[in-house]
Design a binder for this molecule. Structure first.
Ligand SMILES: [Zn+2]
Length: 365
């Protein structure tokens, strides 16, 4: 077994203020990478700027990261980091800004052509990167992955390198308090997906299973809240952020599986949010594994707090509301794309076009 996770985790309310001096060991000039709005609304950007000011660190802000970021965006950010002579990068926001920040850090030291971007060998160490997640789901703050849109394969592609583990992750659930219920739910579905897929991965180990099951257990406590209440209390948001962190630690070792790969097509072609895409397909994917005698599915369900796969399906039907639709032709096309992803190697049972297409159709009918 191997386990590598070099990120310093600082978790709790007010951690950027109390841990402000952690920034100073990374240099005198920072580039803050974020989306257009959320980090301004939720107070995270302000807290980071105060911490930088206290350390007399100057900074520039690159706030152009869109959902499912493109190669063009990270190239622009990389250019800015070089021009501004940044010593380190701070990624703040959901998965998209964090992943973009990782690639921008790489691009400050490595050249990559747009045409064969995803084949780039990232030989040089990137600038250090500090991650401040403001959603609870991606786990990107503790993973060696950055996921970008890849029109070349009509899907998303991951950059995988141990060099892009963030140096520090500051996790403060206060920043997730302004999130709408829908985004909170979608990101929680992503966290659940990470832990469930990591638990059902060919690369799972005793240690990742321990972490995955704890994450699934906590999420099982939180999910009923989405059915009952519109406001998610702070205490629950803190637990959710913790469960998401655990999910990130799991996939940092195991990677994700067919479920994430299938979800990428729903995001690429139908513009369905990443977490929701996984959530829409999860019950049928688990049912498939169960039908192939993967006994761990029962333990995952029990840990989540449901007795049977039918109960899980019913619960998810309530949770997801009206589902998006898909045609048979689309399902076959997406299945072909899914089969080409490296995620398929980590899936416990062999899946072909037929199995994948059936999961799509049964999930989105
Ligand atoms: Zn994900």
């Amino acid at each position: 077994m191997q386990y590598y996770m070099p990120t310093k985790i600082v978790f709790g309310q007010g951690v950027i203020e109390s841990g402000f001096d952690l920034f100073k060991q990374y240099g005198k000039k920072a580039l803050i990478v974020t989306g257009r709005n959320s980090s301004k609304k939720n107070g995270s950007l302000e807290d980071i700027i105060k911490a930088l000011d206290k350390n007399k660190i100057t900074y520039s802000v690159f706030d152009e990261v869109e959902s499912n970021p493109s190669v063009e965006t990270v190239q622009r950010g990389g250019g800015l980091a070089i021009k501004e002579k940044a010593d380190f990068i701070i990624g703040v926001g959901g998965g998209s800004p964090l992943d973009a920040a990782k690639v921008i850090a790489l691009l400050t030291k490595n050249k990559a052509n747009d045409e064969n971007f995803f084949q780039t060998e990232w030989k040089e160490d990137p600038l250090p990167m500090i991650a401040v997640p403001t959603t609870a789901g991606t786990g990107s703050e503790v993973t060696p992955y950055a996921i970008l849109t890849n029109p070349g394969i009509e899907s998303k592609s991951s950059i995988v390198s141990e060099k892009i583990f963030p140096a520090v992750a500051f996790l403060d659930a206060s920043y997730t308090q302004t999130l709408l219920r829908e985004i909170t739910l979608n990101t929680a579905l992503d966290a659940l997906s990470h832990s469930v897929e990591g638990f059902l991965s060919t690369r799972a180990s005793d240690f990742t299973n321990l972490t995955a099951l704890e994450s699934i257990r906590i999420l099982g406590e939180i999910f009923p809240f989405f059915l009952e209440s519109k406001d998610i209390p702070f205490q629950m948001r803190e637990k959710l952020l913790y469960a998401s962190l655990l999910g990130g630690m799991v996939i940092a070792q195991t990677g994700t599986t067919a479920l994430h790969a299938m979800g990428y097509s729903l995001t690429y072609f139908k513009n369905i949010d990443h977490g929701r895409a996984n959530g829409l397909l999860m019950a049928e994917y688990l049912d498939f594994l169960k039908s192939r005698k993967v006994n761990q599915v029962d333990l995952a369900l029990k840990t989540f707090g449901v007795a049977t796969i039918q109960d899980f399906k019913l619960f998810f039907d309530h949770l997801l509301g009206v589902k998006e639709k898909i045609t048979e032709k689309e399902s076959l096309y997406y299945a072909k794309i899914t089969l080409k992803t490296r995620n398929m190697n980590f899936t416990l049972k062999t899946m072909g076009e037929k199995e994948l297409s059936e999961i799509y159709l049964n999930s989105l009918k």
